[in-house]
Design a protein around this ligand. Structure first.
Ligand SMILES: *Cc1c(COP(=O)(O)O)cnc(C)c1O
Length: 853
């Protein structure tokens, strides 16, 4: 022991010189826990292995070492985190509160190493301990607490908020089971549970002492209080406790570490066994199970609402905990409840947390005894709402009866909010009954329902879409009446992605090449990538650029070989479509192109054709039959194409299973061609399109979502455009679109569909894909057939371009160079300036002294 202390003392001397924290003197304790030198890191890993994992090297498993390293890194986050919390939560600054039912974070370890700026040091420390860092990084099970783009956006925004040193808390649900793990058996998707916590989670800190009670169900008692005020008392059927689990989110090379606070549901109190008789005991155990169920599992639907009672309970549970938490923080600072909106800017990530509007009203009125007008004023100044979808089937509504059974008090409040609102709009739009009924918070129809988008619009001072086209269409379609009522609320905030995870972490070779040319400033100011433009014609740079791409493709090819036993040629064009499987995203249009190419080869086996590897990945909602059939179709076509000797390996089709952040990080950097082929007017923004283009892929795409802006930025000559515009889609449908006519008049399309129907890809079973082909023939809602010919022609252009290696390299470089706009830092700056009205608050490293208190 004595020897240990001595060596630590010795080290603290060397540590001081290498650290840039200025005048602050490191104490011995800080040094061993927080030092960043290779020697100190080695010691920290060894210490954690012994003191946390209780293992010594001879018996330690790979997971033990992963945990030891993770805790060593976490120690280095904590001082920044504590300093940030002190400065923000106890300070006077306005704090962003991001409410999201989903966070698709991806693994933490490597990201934290990059943001701490100690990747190299840890790599060396591991090496000297006889460990391989990559091998430990791969051991981390990612927290898959989201479905796709929406949850991943929340994760990118947390990274950017911290990097921009903006005080922020992310609130959400600590699902015990995240998005299911996908396996492919006999070409079909099968789901397995995501037990991501089974080996423990070193990145979270359970705050047992920090909890809030949430009421559910029951009924309302009305009474008149002493002052003659009409009051409501909610007698719940069930009370659930929400316990806070905090994860630090560190910014890139700054001291700011914000908090992601996720709520776990539990029964309110442990049981006093002796006080129960047998019947009550069973009852108590049942209650406990019901409570714990609320944060048990993430609903695996993307762009599809799930009208289940548990889903509503989840939404209300996390929103109530979060708002109670914010009010606590605010009041603990000695502030007045009336000033709540000055402390917190609350962003609703879609309508999932929209019940917050009513919950804040309830808390202010029922718990804090403010009057209606004061409460409503605070509420609308607090909330802002981001819409994420134009698909009518994804707009959330709740059956009124179900809603009232879970949230009786909130239903009362909604009636009252709606009564006052409709009084107002009836005057404003006198006689326009259609408009008035469109704006109502309650929808009529077969069964009455609560409209969450209307609630979010009414209760917010700002409403935004997530790409220019999407924000425009919102005003024209789903939120048209709201736009006419309050045009000043509307704005656009085009999505972005964090370059830290999506370039620096996932594509280190590209990072190195870029930084050699233009320095490292682009990592925090992505517009600096434009400095690459002047090298786009430089043959040497082109070669280096394409070498990086080829190496990424080789690495992915290796993974594919290992995972699927399929050999793919890294020199072939990697044509990639990875995203949730959905009819509007049109993976099946991509498959029709594959079949068309295959048939071309079959007719003329000696045809000169650009070899391609088609890579698909993505999960389908478990109950979404047609999406599951699309997965089966991809695999079935792959089986035929990959094994047909006539093809001679020139075409390969692979479905990479279990698309998640970990796999995405391997796939995006290896793409030559990015498939962004949704029906125009359906994809709100997309962020996969951004990640791919940033990594030098060229896009083949429609004028949908952020594709429009990507094309404007990279230049139309560097983008393969096809398909109908959103306006043309609407016109085509209005004119009575008949997909069968396209089938009859396009021989290539007809052949492909007939072939699927003949059983050619399904061992002669003519029924396997019938549901899918029938829907295309008779009810092609997403206009695959209308866009087919245009798509085939754009693919021919892409193939032609790929033959000209210098031209392709130039186009690829220009894609990356001109994508600076699509950093989530830019998005977050716009939210801060225009919606939240918050500023950066740099965290002083000196405040780390509070650790010594
Ligand atoms: C970026 C991302 C998405 C969203 O992809 P889109 O192509 O925009 O639909 C979904 N899942 C994961 C894992 C991602 O990283």
């Amino acid at each position: 022991m004595k020897k240990n202390i001595k060596s630590t003392e010795k080290e603290s001397g060397t540590e001081n010189k290498s650290n840039t924290s200025g005048s602050h003197q490191y104490t011995e304790r800080e040094d061993s826990r927080t030092g960043l030198s290779v020697e100190t890191l080695k010691k920290a890993i060894s210490n954690n292995l012994f003191y946390v994992q209780a293992k010594y090297p001879e018996i330690a498993t790979r997971n033990d070492y992963y945990m030891a390293l993770a805790y060593a890194v976490r120690d280095r986050l904590l001082q920044r985190w504590v300093a940030s919390v002190k400065q923000y939560i106890q300070g006077k600054e306005r704090v962003v509160s991001y409410l999201s039912a989903e966070y698709l974070l991806g693994p933490h370890l490597a990201n934290n190493l990059i943001n701490l700026g100690i990747y190299k040091e840890v790599e060396q420390a591991c090496e000297e301990l006889g460990l391989n860092l990559d091998w430990l990084i791969e051991k981390e099970v990612e927290p898959g607490l989201g479905n796709g783009g929406l949850g991943r956006l929340a994760a990118c925004y947390m990274d950017s908020l911290a990097t921009l040193e903006v005080p922020a808390i992310g609130y959400g649900i600590r699902y015990q089971f995240g998005i299911f793990e996908q396996d492919i058996r006999d070409g079909w998707q099968v789901e397995d549970t995501d037990n991501w916590l089974r080996r423990g989670n070193p990145w979270e800190i359970a705050r047992r002492e920090l909890s809030h009670d949430v009421k559910l169900g029951g009924h309302i008692q009305h009474y008149i209080d002493r002052s003659g005020k009409f009051c409501s008392n909610w007698i719940p059927e069930l009370v659930v406790k929400g316990v806070a689990y905090d994860t630090p989110i560190l910014g890139y090379k700054v001291n700011t570490a914000n908090t992601l606070r996720l709520w776990k549901s539990e029964a309110p109190h442990s049981f006093d066994f002796q006080s129960f008789n047998a019947g009550e005991y069973n009852n108590a155990v049942n209650q406990k199970i019901i409570c714990e169920n609320i944060s048990k599992v993430l609903y695996p639907n993307d762009e599809q609402r799930e009208g289940k009672i548990l889903r509503l309970q989840q939404q209300y549970f996390f929103v109530s905990c979060s708002l109670q938490d914010m009010i606590n923080i605010h009041l603990n600072q000695g502030e007045k409840i009336e000033d709540f909106d000055k402390k917190f800017a609350v962003q609703l990530n879609d309508t999932h947390p929209a019940i917050g509007v009513v919950e804040l009203m309830r808390l202010l009125m029922d718990e804090h005894l403010l009057d209606w007008d004061t409460s409503w004023n605070i509420t609308t100044k607090t909330f802002a709402y981001t819409n994420h979808t134009l698909l009518p089937e994804a707009l959330e509504t709740w059956d009124l009866e179900l809603f009232g059974s879970v949230l009786p008090r909130h239903l009362e409040l909604i009636y009252e909010i709606n009564r006052r609102f409709l009084d107002f709009v009836t005057v404003r739009f006198f006689g326009d009954n259609q408009k008035i009924s469109n704006l109502s918070l309650i929808g009529e129809g077969k069964r009455k329902h609560v409209r969450m988008a209307n609630l979010a619009c009414l209760g917010s001072h700002a409403i935004n879409g997530v790409a220019a086209l999407h924000s425009d269409l919102l005003k024209k379609t789903v939120l048209h009446d709201w736009y006419e009522l309050s045009p000043e609320k509307f704005s656009n905030k085009t999505n972005g992605v964090t370059p830290r995870r999506w370039i620096v972490l996932s594509n280190p070779n590209l990072t190195k090449l870029i930084s050699e040319k233009i320095g490292e400033g682009w990592i925090k100011d992505l517009e600096e990538l434009r400095g690459l433009e002047k090298y786009a014609d430089d043959p040497e740079f082109q070669q280096a650029w394409m070498k990086v791409k080829l190496d990424q493709k080789k690495a992915l090819a290796k993974k594919i070989q290992k995972r699927l036993g399929v050999k793919v040629d890294p020199e072939s064009m990697f044509d990639i479509q990875v995203k949730r499987i959905h009819e509007y995203k049109r993976q099946h249009l991509n498959v029709l192109h594959v079949i068309a190419l295959y048939n071309r080869i079959k007719k003329n086996p000696d045809l000169e054709i650009v070899p391609r590897t088609f890579i698909f990945a993505g999960k389908s909602a478990p109950g979404y039959r047609k999406a599951k059939l699309i997965i089966k179709l991809i695999n079935s076509v792959g089986e035929v194409v990959n094994n047909d000797p006539d093809v001679r390996g020139r075409l390969k089709v692979v479905f990479y299973p279990n698309y998640n952040v970990t796999n995405a990080q391997k796939i995006y950097p290896a793409a030559d061609l990015s498939e962004q082929i949704s029906t125009a007017g359906k994809e709100a923004s997309g962020t996969g399109n951004m990640k791919l283009s940033l990594n030098g892929a060229l896009t083949i795409g429609t004028l949908d979502g952020a594709n429009v802006e990507i094309r404007e930025c990279v230049g139309e000559e560097n983008f393969f455009l096809f398909g109908l515009t959103a306006d043309e889609v609407a016109q085509t449908k209005a004119a009575g679109y008949k997909s069968k006519e396209y089938y009859e008049s396009n021989a290539v399309l007809k052949e492909a569909i007939d072939q699927i129907n003949s059983g050619y890809f399904s061992h002669l079973d003519v029924n396997t894909f019938k549901e899918l082909t029938d829907s295309l023939m008779y009810d092609d809602q997403y206009l695959l057939f209308a866009d087919f010919q245009s798509y085939i022609e754009a693919q021919e252009k892409a193939a032609e371009a790929f033959k000209h290696k210098e031209m392709w390299a130039k186009m690829s470089i220009l894609n990356t160079a001109r994508m600076g706009k699509f950093s989530s830092d830019r998005s977050i700056k716009e939210y801060c300036d225009e919606i939240w009205k918050v500023k950066s608050v740099p965290v002083e490293i000196d405040s780390i002294k509070i650790i010594e208190k």
